[in-house]
Design a protein around this ligand. Structure first.
Ligand SMILES: [Zn+2]
Length: 96
């Protein structure tokens, strides 16, 4: 592993990202998720700072959007969990 541990930014891309991206799209001309649509983007198989070829795959836009959406949802859920505070009772439930 490279010494990325000092970084807390999960989405930082390496300087040569455009070249890596082009290389992955040449290597994976077909989407690695649905195996049908042509790859138009490059996806991190495991989200994070691993930008090695082994962790990248060609992906089509719809698959990337749905995958990123799920990952974003998990991150948002984690943020919500860590920032948890009791919610106020629903106004309809307050006894009078
Ligand atoms: Zn796809």
């Amino acid at each position: 592993m490279l010494a990325w541990s000092g970084s807390d930014r999960a989405s930082r891309l390496p300087r040569d990202w455009p070249r890596r991206r082009a290389r992955i799209l040449r290597r994976d001309p077909v989407c690695g998720v649905c195996q049908r649509a042509p790859s138009t983007e490059v996806d991190h198989i495991t989200p994070g700072d691993d930008h090695s070829d082994a962790n990248l795959q060609g992906i089509c836009t719809p698959c990337h959007a749905s995958k990123s959406g799920r990952e974003g949802g998990r991150a948002a859920a984690a943020r919500r969990a860590s920032a948890y505070r009791p919610t106020e009772p629903h106004p309809g439930l307050i006894e009078r």
